[in-house]
Design a protein around this ligand. Structure first.
Ligand code: ATP
Ligand code: MG
Length: 201
């Protein structure tokens, strides 16, 4: 078993760590918004995005949400955040893919959602924006990646942006500043446990 360091050694180590962290903090002095991309097959991408929405609202920021894939089923984040006076909330009602099985309708819904998202992305009054499940628009060929990456790059400099969805590709990663991949280790669904209110939706 590892023995704890002596108090003097511990103090010495921690002081070194503090010096390094202080230096990194001093170097991170650029004033600009960030684009965060959350991808991967594990659970936690959208719920993390909505966690950042809650943080932003804590500071009175003006926020926007566009959910690109959203069936007719309810979800807690919509019930809660769509009521908030600082949130402009848009969930695409049509429901995509395996629900609709209608390519033309899906394409039209994707374009409508993107028109809305593009408007919010260009709006200097918006401080924080979520584009939830955006990546599926590319994997199905409903949106061109190029037009989206351009709009992300051209957004107002102060705007924080969070994009979620599985299977993000390199060009999208390249225009984002923070990219995390959530790894699937296990999921209750595969053990036959019913989806939980407040956890899954
Ligand atoms: P969450 O909204 O819970 O943060 P997510 O955004 O990371 O999840 P999605 O791919 O958008 O994941 O899937 C949303 C739904 O599918 C949620 O109900 C989530 O619990 C469930 N889910 C996510 N990952 C898995 C998985 N690996 N296996 C089974 N179900 C999953
Ligand atoms: Mg999600």
């Amino acid at each position: 078993m590892k023995k704890p360091a002596s108090p003097a050694k511990h103090q010495q180590r921690m002081s070194k760590v503090k010096q390094q962290i202080d230096k990194q903090i001093a170097n991170a002095d650029k004033e600009q918004g960030v684009a965060v991309l959350l991808t991967g097959n594990g659970k936690g991408k959208s719920s993390s995005a909505f966690g950042m929405l809650a943080r932003s609202l804590g500071y009175g920021h003006n926020c926007g949400v566009v959910q690109f894939i959203k069936g007719d089923w309810e979800c807690g984040e919509e019930l809660f955040f769509s009521q908030h006076p600082l949130v402009s909330y848009h969930a695409m009602g049509a429901g995509f893919t395996w629900e609709t099985q209608n390519q033309a309708a899906d394409q039209a819904a994707a374009e409508n959602a993107w028109a809305l998202a593009a408007r919010l992305l260009a709006d200097p009054k918006i401080d924080f924006l979520i584009l939830d499940e955006l990546t599926y628009m590319f994997s199905h060929g409903w949106l061109q990646l190029e037009q989206v990456t351009q709009a992300i790059k051209q957004r107002p400099a102060h705007m924080n942006l969070v994009i979620t969805g599985r299977g993000a590709t390199e060009p999208l990663m390249a225009v984002c500043d923070t990219v995390s991949e959530v790894k699937d280790i296990k999921h209750a669904f595969r053990d036959g446990i019913k989806a939980q209110r407040g956890i899954e939706f």
